[in-house]
Design a protein around this ligand. Structure first.
Ligand SMILES: Nc1ncnc2c1ncn2[C@@H]1O[C@H](COP(=O)(O)OP(=O)(O)OP(=O)(O)O)[C@@H](O)[C@H]1O
Ligand SMILES: [Mg+2]
Length: 382
């Protein structure tokens, strides 16, 4: 299927099953038990479930790190072990594994090399990503000294170094402070609006609720429930009316009116509480405004420019320009630069930033990938 086909299923699974067996092939655990999934391009998809319900095992099969026992699984229409598939994926594992003596800059450079990125591109992306996740000030400290949340932030930067089309995050907010959590959620919404497909697993139900378009809830390796956030969570049997503060007299009159006109009993009138997340943010913002010192993670910057597609001349963009010059059989869409895909409608999600930048290019739709591979020397794989 064409890479710019918005109806394309990025991940398609039918009857996907993983049984872990011991050395003598005796069945140890049925981790994933016949699940069906269809994750579409542009979607932010949540995998929910209690400990041991099969989330990480499902993710590892999608990544081609674990072989399935039964069932069908295609990623970008191909077998997940295909190297070409791995080039298009960014992955944040459940545990952050980093070389403790490397600095964040060296770590990102190392991963950039694995994807065959040119030195200048690696340098620029590393700087932008570290600023985005609030680690610029610690760019040269050894990662072994990092707090858990700082290492997690670096893991998220690492998962984005190849500007992946499909981002898979296993518990992305584990170990992050509320500020980091909020930032990751905003980042995911931003990336989702820019056409990335994102799969995330989480125990933090609020996180999934805030960012996911659709989700499955797993238990015992099986899908117990599936749907959009609204489908799963809307309580159609109740209505909420929000008004400025009512004094006791006004509240009594409203109750009477509702009883007389709609024949319903008011269940509860109360002042809503502020979310703890909002209070926490206010306190930290105040400390920052007072310039209180911290050696930990700082406020993250905006989404890295290369993820917003604002550097058309760099990296893959430059290669695509060269390729399209050399390959007249792969013309750019009229009126657009070589690396620009046709515009896609924005999915309806809450705004993460007040002024969303323009839609990002979705690379490679109109280009023969083998030419790119030749230029990159065939390097890559996640
Ligand atoms: N390498 C393995 N060998 C044997 N059993 C395994 C292995 N990996 C996972 N399992 C088993 O598969 C089941 C699902 O595990 P999985 O790690 O996928 O759960 P999870 O939903 O990611 O849980 P958590 O929320 O704790 O991360 C568990 O019973 C687990 O013990
Ligand atoms: Mg897990």
């Amino acid at each position: 299927m064409a890479a710019n086909d918005t109806t394309e299923a990025v991940v398609e699974a039918q009857g996907l099953t993983k049984v872990f067996s011991d050395f003598w092939m005796r069945r140890k655990a049925v981790a994933v038990d016949g699940i069906d999934l269809s994750i579409r391009r542009d979607e932010i998809f949540g995998l929910l479930g209690p400990n041991g319900s099969g989330k990480s095992t499902t993710i590892k099969m999608i990544l081609g790190l674990l072989h399935r026992t039964r069932g069908r699984l295609a990623v970008f229409g191909r077998d997940p072990t295909d190297v070409e598939v791995k080039r298009r994926i960014g992955y944040l594992p459940e545990e952050t594994y980093m070389y403790r003596y490397l600095s964040p800059t060296e770590t990102l450079d190392f991963y950039g090399r694995l994807f065959g990125l040119a030195r200048a591109v690696r340098k620029r992306r590393a700087e932008e990503l570290l600023s985005m996740v609030g680690l610029s000030h610690a760019a040269h400290r050894p990662v072994g000294e990092f707090s858990k949340g700082m290492a997690r932030r670096l893991g998220i930067a690492q998962a984005l170094i190849n500007d992946p089309e499909l981002l898979i995050l296993d518990e992305p907010t584990s170990g992050l402070d509320p500020l980091g959590t909020r930032q990751v959620k905003d980042l995911l919404l931003d990336l989702g609006r820019r056409g990335k497909t994102i799969i995330l697993s989480s125990h933090q139900l609020d996180d999934v609720q805030d960012v996911c378009d659709r989700m499955v809830i797993l238990y015992g390796g099986r899908v117990r429930s599936e749907g959009t956030v609204d489908e799963l969570l809307e309580d159609s049997g109740r209505s909420v009316i929000t008004v400025p503060h009512l004094d006791a007299d006004a509240a009594r009159r409203v109750e009477r009116v509702l009883q007389e006109t709609a024949h319903v009993q008011v269940e509860r009138i109360a002042s809503p509480r502020q979310r703890l997340e909002d209070l926490f943010m206010q306190i930290v913002e105040r400390a920052r405004a007072e310039k209180t010192e911290t050696s930990g993670a700082q406020a993250g910057g905006p989404t890295a420019a290369f993820l917003r597609g604002e550097q058309p001349g760099e990296g893959g963009g430059l290669i695509r320009e060269l390729v399209s010059e050399a390959a007249p059989q792969a013309p750019a869409p009229s009126g657009a630069p070589a690396q620009q895909p046709p515009a896609r409608p924005e999915p309806a999600r809450p705004a993460a930033s007040p002024t969303p930048p323009p839609a990002a290019p979705r690379g490679g739709a109109d280009v023969d990938r083998s030419v790119i591979d030749d230029l990159l020397g065939g390097g890559g794989g996640s």
